[in-house]
Design a protein around this ligand. Structure first.
Ligand SMILES: Cc1cc2nc3c(=O)[nH]c(=O)nc-3n(C[C@H](O)[C@H](O)[C@H](O)COP(=O)(O)OP(=O)(O)OC[C@H]3O[C@@H](n4cnc5c(N)ncnc54)[C@H](O)[C@@H]3O)c2cc1C
Length: 462
């Protein structure tokens, strides 16, 4: 045979694992290289450990709400960070084992090594110093946190800060933590540490966190953070970080010096392509180092494909998996399939959650739609006896001409669970009238989506 393998996959994360398994199941000879732990970002240092931390952080509020429901909590509840981290690590190790087992069971050869290109069809396994050849190659190397502000500016003392990677393995819970960034990862960690008892300051250089999300939802989240006691410093960025004794001192562009125990930088992520030597294989990169691909995830080298975060399209696990499955259809099942990036639901796992599917009001108007807007803000039933001033906000963006629902936005408890199913309705093109025709499930927060009968306002583009 001309090549050692029919397919060589670089990266054992969400995209690489799914692609290697599905390709092997077609009878192809498949190998995969993973330089770190099988499962990649989602399983080892992303979605899963993060969500476990979110759950841990939410108990504190349950203890506050409990007396309203007649419970007496004896003593003061306390949280033990090392116990939680040990339990979390055990579960992550179990999942890692499961991923490895499933990939091997599909007949994939796993190399626990770093793979880099030697030429179009040859890869070097760096530690083993072994060369392997493959007819097709899939780049699924993901991305990693950056410590650089913008494209070039490195913060002096930035190496004293942690990123999300280290946040999962701290020796102890920081008493005071500064979280820098305005994206979903920054907001999630800010809420996690707040819920666990740390004093949290969120520092974001923009006007409002969560750029690209619906403005009403961004406002609701900012309001909620203030009510909960998270410090939010907007229009603010670090200029310098220093260690003074056991503490860190962050100097801001506004001349303030903030003293804290940890600083978490969640200011962006960069594709893992810098040491891959893709130029030896004729693969073009974009301005940010992302692998450039066509609609079928094919790179500028026709036998090399790329999926997942490394392509900098939509950086979410289900999207990486979807792209991987489309790649296998295209490259191994003679069924060219483009990944569908429309109506991808997403969530920010703050407390409460923010979840969305479809367009924001601003985007719908920007795309030329005249819109009808339906909004509702209410106190969830749980909090009537619990007593805390928690509000849920929901918003529907509807095309005024066709009555088709363009976007659903929820900031409230269980928003992600609700929006997952709302995504089905949007995918099949549901209209507002069809939502209204649906019988409510009572008493829930989700019923609001089928009972929002009064239009809040209409708007035309421009
Ligand atoms: C803190 C955090 C929270 C997140 N939360 C969510 C969430 O709630 N929901 C969601 O959908 N998404 C979430 N994500 C995003 C999600 O984790 C990614 O979109 C997903 O993991 C992308 O999969 P991937 O296969 O492209 O890359 P990855 O999962 O990153 O896998 C890439 C793999 O390639 C390996 N690798 C890199 N270079 C080489 C090389 N040269 N040789 C061998 N191996 C190599 C890496 O070690 C890594 O294991 C989160 C991400 C982070 C950081």
């Amino acid at each position: 045979m001309k090549y050692d393998y029919d397919l060589f996959v670089i990266g054992g994360g969400s995209g690489g694992v799914r692609a290697s398994r599905m390709a092997a199941m077609t009878g192809a000879r498949v190998a995969l290289a993973e330089e770190d732990r099988m499962g990649g970002t989602c399983v080892i240092r992303g979605c899963i450990p993060k969500k476990l931390m979110v759950y841990a952080s939410q108990f504190s509020e349950n203890f506050v709400d409990a007396p309203g429901y007649g419970w007496t909590i004896p003593g003061t509840p306390s949280f033990d960070w090392p116990t939680f981290i040990a339990h979390k690590d055990k579960e992550i190790a179990r999942l890692e084992g499961l991923y490895t087992k499933n990939v091997k069971a599909a007949g994939v050869t796993i190399f626990s090594d770093r793979a880099v290109f030697e030429n179009e069809h040859t890869l070097l396994l760096v530690n083993a110093q072994k060369k392997v050849t493959a007819e097709k190659v899939l780049i699924a190397t993901g991305n990693r946190p950056t410590r650089e502000m913008g494209t070039t500016h490195v913060i002096p003392g930035g190496d004293l800060c942690i990123t999300s990677n280290e946040a999962f393995h701290l020796d102890k819970l920081p008493g005071r933590i500064l979280v820098a960034g305005g994206g979903y990862i920054a907001l999630e960690f800010a809420h996690i540490f707040h819920g666990l008892g740390s004093h949290v300051s969120l520092v974001y250089r923009g006007e409002k966190p969560l750029r690209g999300f619906d403005m009403d939802m961004r406002d609701a989240l900012c309001e909620s953070m203030k009510t909960r006691g998270l410090e939010v410093l907007l229009g603010c960025e670090f200029t310098k970080v220093e260690k003074r004794g056991p503490c860190l001192h962050a100097e801001t562009n506004k001349g303030a010096i903030i003293e804290c125990d940890q600083i978490l930088l969640a200011i962006g992520r960069q594709p893992n392509t810098d040491a891959l030597h893709v130029e030896k294989a004729g693969v073009e990169l974009g301005m940010k180092g992302e692998v450039m691909v066509d609609d079928y995830s094919r790179t500028s080298a026709p036998h090399i494909y790329a999926v997942g975060d490394v392509t900098n399209r939509i950086q979410l696990t289900p999207v990486a998996i979807h792209e991987a499955m489309c790649f296998v259809e295209t490259a191994f099942k003679n069924n060219p399939t483009k990944p569908d990036h429309v109506h991808v639901p997403s969530a920010v796992f703050t407390t409460p959650e923010l979840a969305v599917v479809g367009m924001s009001e601003e985007r719908a108007l920007g795309m030329g739609h005249s819109v009808d807007i339906y909004k509702s803000t209410f106190r969830p039933l749980l909090h009537t006896l619990g007593g805390r001033p928690v509000r849920t906000s929901m918003k529907m963006v509807v095309d005024a001409k066709t009555d088709r629902v363009l976007g659903i936005h929820i900031f409230g408890d269980h928003a992600a669970e609700i929006v997952q199913l709302a995504a089905v309705a949007l995918k099949i093109g549901a209209t507002k009238a069809q939502f209204d025709d649906t019988i409510a499930l009572h008493p829930t927060a989700a019923e609001e989506l089928v009972t929002m009968s009064t239009k809040s306002y209409s708007k035309a583009p421009g």
